[in-house]
Ligand binder design. Structure first.
Ligand SMILES: [Zn+2]
Length: 242
């Protein structure tokens, strides 16, 4: 059987003498792993369109087991990302995390579209580490939300009262914010600024392509990274939150 996918190449791994296994997030089938046979031969044409951080049309033949790539056409090379080490590092961090939190062959068009818009946004950035951080955080908060880890950032997860501008805390096990009155009921928590709470709301309520307009302080970026780290750790179930 022959299949055609639109996919974003996440990762490649050499196997055998001349082959590779590619991990690709596809619109039609979610995350898949497929074999690139002979792609490391010196005259192989296929490999050029299969570099990680490329959106491509991919043709696959599959009978049983892992499919085999028979052809590919690059749709977007995101070449600006590939020439900027800071952007590459952030994108690969995202890809590595996705490899952990997304199961194979679970189709999710929303995640695919988010990922594509994220890469387009990153591809337009110049040397602006702050914006790259905001886009990356926005994407990951949105993906966690899409995958069912919904952070409660409107009301206290304990007393359910609307959050006020006071000392609030984030609890990963309760999946949201604890208010000033309730935080003592939970041991494992991190203090969270009102600005960070507001930013998470903005991430969840706005289109990813609009997030580059945000101005965020380095302190808030660091705090959001910490929250995200806890949340993804919890999500993959290692229980340590790291
Ligand atoms: Zn409360």
């Amino acid at each position: 059987m022959d299949y055609k996918y639109q996919g974003i190449i996440l990762n490649k791994r050499d196997i055998g003498e001349v082959d590779r296994i590619y991990t690709i997030y596809t619109l039609e089938g979610g995350k898949i792993r497929i074999l690139g046979k002979g792609v490391r031969k010196p005259n192989a044409k296929l490999a050029g369109n299969l570099e990680p951080i490329t959106k491509a049309e991919i043709f696959v033949s599959r009978n049983r087991g892992m499919g085999k790539i028979t052809g590919s056409i690059a749709i977007n090379n995101f070449s600006n990302i590939k020439t900027n080490l800071d952007l590459i590092t952030k994108v690969f961090y995202v890809f590595k995390l996705l490899a952990k939190i997304i199961s194979e062959e679970e189709k999710d068009e929303k995640v695919f579209n988010l990922l594509e818009k994220y890469l387009s946004g990153m591809n337009k950035l110049s040397q602006d580490e702050n914006k790259a951080d905001i886009l990356t955080l926005g994407l990951l908060f949105k993906i966690l939300d899409e995958m069912g880890y919904r952070l409660e950032v409107e009301k206290c997860v304990y007393c359910e009262k609307k959050l006020l501008l006071e000392n609030n805390y984030f609890s990963v096990s309760r999946g949201g914010i604890l208010c000033h009155n309730c935080h003592s009921f939970e041991q494992k928590k991190i203090i969270v600024s009102n600005e960070s709470i507001k930013l998470i709301r903005i991430f969840l309520q706005n289109k990813i392509e609009n997030l580059v307009k945000l101005k965020v302080s380095q302190a808030d970026i660091n705090q959001l990274k910490l929250i995200l780290n806890e949340a993804t750790g919890w999500f993959v179930g290692d229980g340590t939150g790291s």
